[in-house]
Ligand binder design. Structure first.
Ligand SMILES: [Mg+2]
Length: 142
């Protein structure tokens, strides 16, 4: 399914109080759904030694869908084509890769590579180093 089709279909299920009038409600919803993804990952550490079970992966997949839904609603409220949002992001990442600035932080990067690792990476590395078994491969977010 392409992004614009998803945006159109998902809009048929948008019944929040300010639908068509404001991006605030879906933005708050997005934050909540991102929290649900994070909570599932946290529980993998709390309950399963960092292992990602099949059931938990399915739960996370559903939450990612909820995240996607809110992203589509925010895009609609701001009159963005969802495919344009996706294309803009890919083009930004492509440009960063070509300039060698994929690492680091900020939307308008000008430095080649930051030596300092992100705080989240350092925290996760600290957690993982304390565990000898059942390691979850944790992606490093850029
Ligand atoms: Mg959810």
């Amino acid at each position: 399914m392409d992004f614009d089709t998803y945006q159109k279909l998902s809009r048929k299920t948008a019944f929040y109080p300010t639908v068509g009038k404001s991006f605030v409600y879906p933005t708050l919803g997005l934050a909540g759904e991102v929290g649900e993804v994070v909570e599932k990952v946290k529980k993998a550490f709390r309950d399963d030694g960092g292992r990602m079970t099949k059931l938990r992966k399915e739960e996370i997949k559903k939450e990612l869908g909820d995240v996607l839904w809110y992203l589509a609603q925010i895009s609609t409220e701001l009159k963005f084509s969802f495919s344009d949002v996706a294309k803009l992001n890919i083009n930004k990442l492509k440009s960063r890769r070509e300039r060698g600035t994929l690492h680091g932080s900020g939307d308008n990067r000008s430095i080649k590579r930051q030596k300092k690792k992100p705080w989240v990476f350092l925290q996760l590395k600290s957690i993982l180093l304390k565990r000898e078994h059942h390691m979850l491969k944790v992606p490093v977010f850029h």
